[in-house]
Design a protein around this ligand. Sequence first.
Ligand code: MG
Length: 411
Amino acid sequence: MPAANARSDCAAIIVAAGRGLRFGGDRPKQFIDLAGEAVLARAVDVFLGHPRVDRVLVVVNEADRDLAMASLGGRRPRLEPPVAGGATRQASVFAGLKALETAPPDVVLIHDAARPLCPPGVVDRVLDALGEADGAIPALPLTETIKRSADGCRIDATLPRSELFAAQTPQGFIYRIILEAHRRAAAEIRADFTDDASIAEWAGCEVRLVKGDPVNLKITTRHDLVIATRRLDGEMLDRAMTQTVPCTGFGYDVHALVEGKKLVLGGVSIEHSHGLEGHSDADVALHAVTDALFGALADGDIGMHFPPSDPQWRGAPSHIFLREAADRVRKRRGRIVHLDLTIVCEIPKIGPHREAIRAKIAEIIGAPKRTISVKATTTERLGFTGRKEGIAACAVATVLLPIEEIEETCV
Ligand code: MG
């Protein structure tokens, strides 16, 4: 059995295929806005932002694919294309598990999209327990006395509360074990399981309980949505006011224009007579943005992380460099809140490509497009840019870093 340590390949499946319209309105609850982001997007971000999760797969109802794509716009790194779900939650999870089969992970976390506030510590506890069991789920002891009643009126029994726990998600499993359990359940036409632990238990696997968290609530009613919104508003205020520090980074780069080369600028291929010369694809705009992020982290520069002397970067697409810088921000538990890029050139005209470049950068770093600014200027025909010998780019990045990260850096 692969040990579920920090080096295990871990995939997260977010189940968002329900079509319940209990909230009223025109969309299932996972697409409802929660403090500025869809419930689904917040659930996905828990896992995209977790350093022990390598990739995230969302299972959606085919009818909601566009809604899902719109909710998740810009979150590309580590987010795989959505998979179509089935008629039940169980069928949807099975579809997600099968979609991972081409590149099977060691462990898989299965999470309900309706739980957008899962604290990262819950994910850690589930993964830690997987070193010793086939499966692990977060759970909470019950605080209320539980009555059993067949008709909903007459009490048949009072259950022993100390033995009862409420199951949460993410539920974690050794991938090949839970896939096999789902396969058996499907073969025996068992479709009545309400969570994945019960399928694993039915298949004879050992599933452990770890400490859940009341914050990890499941949004099922309007009231839950109000509670979640208040919590997020409070958290955002806390974070903005006291717990994070804005760090600014500056990046600057120049590459020469040469005739007959393909031009890639801001990750976008542009039809032009000249292209940029350099060791990689020489995307001067992405290099400036990458260096701005490294600058905000006080973590060296692009040449240090990707030395031109290293042959593996010859002709490399520069989104690799930018993605690494964005991942480093995430690993430091930081958040890119704004990027401002200025491209300095006489040719080509940037205006027609501005929106495509903004969208591309947003996609690469996994941030909303509205936080990416792309500007262009000429140098009034002065200097090397004025003589059309090259293109320059400068960028300023604003990154919020937890105050502990800054203090550690300062020591
Ligand atoms: Mg460069």
